[in-house]
Design a protein around this ligand. Structure first.
Ligand SMILES: NC(=O)c1ccc[n+]([C@@H]2O[C@H](COP(=O)([O-])OP(=O)(O)OC[C@H]3O[C@@H](n4cnc5c(N)ncnc54)[C@H](OP(=O)(O)O)[C@@H]3O)[C@@H](O)[C@H]2O)c1
Length: 248
């Protein structure tokens, strides 16, 4: 069985990767709560010597988290992937890195791999700078850019569908469009990326965008509270993904 070093292993995507890929991969999990602070460690000290595959899911993954802890966010979202990408390139390890649709500002959809990225948030900037550094330091690396993740992750932070079904989310934007992407199917796609030699940016998401309100309605099937999205969040992040992640 191939061995995988997985950062962000306790997060939404990391947990799902552990669950979905357990039969195919022997996974070495890494997380902050597991005792590894990636903002103050070098890849050579973090990645076990015998492991040839690395998947980077560690992130300060929310706009509010990045504003609260900007230095940590810059270190984890920008500097860590830059260092990890260079290390994987120098040591011939396969590297797959996670990106987000929030690198776009939401003004000129649909977005493809060729669309210019100009983020509208500090979170988006930390992620975009990380993506650019990964591409530059490790041209063989694969950068998987996706949209808002939905499905049962069971992590400390919740997915949008978990928020809807638990009643935590009560008001839904009518004018904010994303490609709500199934987290389990995305995890399985990441396994394919790890095995393949594909390089560069890949947009991987469900093929169509919906408003957050339409998505919530599709789950709850009852009247919901509709609100306009505030101006400081991107309104239309519709992706035209080259890799279709199926809905379950
Ligand atoms: N969630 C989405 O809807 C979404 C959408 C598009 C793209 N993405 C991208 O997908 C990736 C995974 O996101 P996610 O939603 O799974 O994130 P998440 O649920 O917030 O998980 C973040 C992970 O990073 C770890 N971490 C945080 N600070 C750390 C540090 N200083 N040192 C080491 N590890 C640290 C956390 O560990 P602890 O749990 O121990 O704190 C946790 O395992 C990110 O690159 C994100 O940008 C996510």
């Amino acid at each position: 069985m191939r061995e995988l070093f997985l950062t962000g292993a306790t997060g939404r995507l990391g947990r799902t990767v552990q669950k979905e890929l357990a039969d195919e991969w022997s996974i070495h999990p890494c997380s902050l709560s597991g005792g590894e602070d990636l903002t103050s460690v070098e890849p050579v000290d973090a990645v076990p010597e015998h492991i040839d595959f690395v998947l980077n899911c560690a992130a300060v993954s929310s706009r509010s988290g990045c504003i609260k802890n900007p230095v940590t966010a810059f270190k984890l979202n920008t500097l860590w992937p830059r260092k990890l990408a260079a290390f994987c390139s120098e040591t011939n390890r396969r590297f797959v890195h996670m990106s987000t649709d929030l690198v776009y500002a939401g003004g000129i959809p649909p977005y493809t791999e060729r669309s210019p990225a100009v983020p509208g948030s500090f979170y988006g900037w930390t992620k975009l700078l990380g993506d650019i550094a990964v591409q530059k330091r490790n041209p063989n690396a694969c950068i998987v850019r996706t949209s808002i993740l939905v499905g049962d992750a069971g992590a400390k932070m919740t997915t949008f569908s978990e928020d809807i079904l638990s009643g935590r989310a009560t008001h839904f934007h009518v004018d904010c469009f994303r490609n709500h992407t199934d987290i389990n199917a995305l995890a399985r796609f990441l396994s394919i990326c790890l095995y393949s030699s594909r390089a560069g940016l890949i947009l991987a998401a469900t093929p169509y965008a919906m408003s957050r309100a339409a998505y919530a309605y599709s789950l709850l099937k009852r009247d919901i509270n509709l609100i306009p999205a505030p101006n400081n969040i991107p309104h239309d992040l519709t992706l035209r993904p080259s890799e279709i992640i199926p809905t379950h």
